[in-house]
Write a protein that binds this ligand. Structure first.
Ligand SMILES: Nc1ncnc2c1ncn2[C@@H]1O[C@H](COP(=O)(O)OS(=O)(=O)O)[C@@H](OP(=O)(O)O)[C@H]1O
Length: 301
């Protein structure tokens, strides 16, 4: 499917959603909420048929942790390393594909660039069995929930949010699409020694994108010159990607590329909400390696 066809398909789904009631927009599959339009049950069931390859380039992120940012970075790395310039396309989320598109994925040449928001234990086992390399991007939970809140408010395929306070509570209890942030983080904790998994954070990349690009390309076995690393980093800043977003993401460009900052939570959280998040982080993630990677004290306190 061409980039234009994908953007058109996304936009027709957005139009379809505008005719739906909020309570029709989410459903549960194996206990986790998913958006009906983007990932109907047939899409999730079809994932059982996917066959992973060792040279697949897999990108994984809990929603709003920087998935689209890394899509931009990886596309440029692949283009620079292979010399093939690819037109910008919509995010390659396997749960959005459906049976027909998955058949095309099966016939696509290597290396395939695929992605998902799924919980690590729900990613098809074939990716682990066949040792596909996975890049995981995580973000501090306070900025993640703020980004998620704005996204739900501006994305017709998701139910609009009643209030910041109610969305915050839903996020804390994991009652949001793709499930609990904390459950995802704890599951990645168990995979931190897997040589085929690389976990990066939104905040570290904001601080030093060039170093991130260097490490990510090395992880996937690409060797780039310093000039290429710099070119990719400059082409992947928030402002550069936002500028291209009407072309790459159609009407959703301005929704996905919203603010792109660390610390926007300070404009949304009440002192009580901040304390509740601090306590939850302490109870669930303090003392874990993924918790340390997130630098909670620096970014959230
Ligand atoms: N290049 C770049 N630099 C910094 N930040 C960036 C960049 N690209 C996207 N973003 C920010 O990432 C947030 C969207 O996350 P996702 O792409 O994971 O969203 S989605 O779940 O796939 O819809 C969303 O965060 P917020 O702005 O805080 O809402 C985007 O602005």
């Amino acid at each position: 499917m061409s980039g234009k066809q994908l953007v058109d398909r996304m936009q027709s789904r957005v139009e379809q959603a505008k005719g739906m009631r909020d309570e029709e927009k989410l459903y549960r599959y194996k206990g986790v909420l998913y958006p009906c339009i983007m990932c109907p049950e047939e899409n999730l069931k079809a994932l059982d048929s996917i066959s992973a390859r060792a040279d697949d380039i897999m990108l994984v992120a809990y929603p709003k942790c920087g998935f689209n940012w890394m899509v931009g970075v990886l596309r440029q790395i692949i283009a620079q390393a292979s010399g093939v310039k690819e037109e910008s396309r919509m995010p390659p989320l396997i749960e959005f594909f459906g049976p027909e598109a998955l058949t095309n994925v099966g016939n696509a040449p290597s290396p395939r660039f695929l992605g998902t928001h799924m919980h690590p234990d729900n990613i098809p086992a074939t990716f682990y069995q066949n040792k596909s390399k996975m890049l995981v991007i995580f973000r501090n939970p306070k900025d993640t929930v703020v980004s998620y809140y704005h996204f739900c408010n501006n994305n017709p395929v998701l139910p609009s949010v009643k209030s910041w306070d109610s969305f915050f509570q839903d996020f804390m209890s994991g009652d949001v699409p793709w499930g609990s942030y904390f459950t995802h983080a704890l599951a990645w904790e168990k995979k931190m020694d897997d040589p085929n998994v690389m976990i990066v954070t939104y905040e570290d990349l904001k601080q030093n994108l060039s170093e991130g690009v260097r490490q990510i390309s090395t992880f996937f076995g690409f060797s780039l010159t310093e000039a290429q690393v710099e070119q990719i980093s400059q082409g992947s800043t928030f402002s550069a990607m936002k500028e291209r977003s009407a072309n790459s993401h159609g009407n959703m460009g301005n929704v996905i590329f919203r603010k792109g900052e660390v610390g926007d939570w300070k404009n949304h959280f009440s002192p009580e909400q901040s304390q509740q998040m601090d306590e939850t982080f302490k109870n669930r993630l303090e003392g874990t390696r993924i918790g340390a990677l997130l630098k909670y004290q620096l970014h959230c306190q």
